[in-house]
Design a protein around this ligand. Sequence first.
Ligand code: ZN
Length: 419
Amino acid sequence: MEILENPWPSPALSRLESSAIPPLRVETSRGPVTFDHLQGSALRMYVCGITPYDATHLGHAATYLTFDLINRYQRLRNTSVHFVENITDVDEPLLERADRDHVDWQSLAQRETDLFASDMVALRVFAPEFFVPVTQVMELVDQAISQMKSNGFVYELDGDLYFRTSSFLSDLPISEEQALAIFAERGGDPDRAGKEHPLDAVLWIANKNNEPGWHSSHGFGRPGWHIECAVISLRYLIGENFLAGDSSREYLIDIQGGGNDLIFPHHFMSGAQVKALLGENFARAFIHTGMIGLDGEKMSKSKGNLVFVSKLLAQGVDPTVIRYALLQDHYSLARNWSDAVLQQAQTEVERVRSALGRNQVAPTSSAVAEMVQAIADNLDTPRAFAALNSWIADTESGVEGGSPGEMARALDSLLGLAF
Ligand code: ZN
């Protein structure tokens, strides 16, 4: 797979005519952050991408929609956004699936990545500036591990290289006990004999079982998960000379984002490894989205109850309805999906369309201003939809004085809902 710039066409963004657009405030795993430092500089946002062994499910979609709201909001504030996303195109789940289905792992990765891109187009998600497959950054990973090694944070165990996590435990976003309890189920190996600390994470995996591998100064093998995102984010958000560091900044990048199953270990490890590499703070804000459940149960690969965006689209579901449904509840919460949720969204989308189709509508400037305030306040989409619904109710009861075009443009620009 290749490194792609602007891998799919991004939607157009029309300006909001009358509203003041305050700085965005978000809740992060380390407390609130307001992006009021960006005057004249760009927002640097990295969102952890897919492992392309399967199609985009609604949990993925909800995560990318959340960061799309941030992307849109900053653009509406006239802040340029540097947005980078990776593709984990070599990893255990991908190799296992390719093996199970007797397909080539690279073709599987390419096929699912193409499907992901078409889902993102349908859902009107802005494309990243760089969409970077892990297999394209092996040399950089090699160099980064060497630099971390000379900084004293790497040791070898039977050919594999491990990251010394112990120096960074004070940065853990959860307690050490909690970290130990969930490390194994999220790709860690706390019980491996010979490790210096159970929370040490693998940086380079020596080749075994004829798995795909790359030659490096650390032997033939492939990288661990966390170092890939650390390297890709720095290379494509800071630049080619990222290994020299950038001590002019309080933080190297503004946002590392993903689902809340990435709080630990993935985002903690990415941040710790960047600190070990450059001695600097990685992300100003680690932002996490809640999981999407199906009919009250956790949606997961092991339960086999994943709902795929492409399947819904193939069934004829309007992508605007999917986007509308996924933005109804707050991004940070665990949310539920069901046929009833989809039906409800369908009904509401029709109601919005019908209100926007009237010649006379309720005043729009104040409703749009309230929607802007809601998004500025930690992407409070329920509050934005409450403002929309109250505007619809006023419109339906005959209140006049607004512009349907102004509301349609705001829904499109702010929430990505095109009517
Ligand atoms: Zn990542």
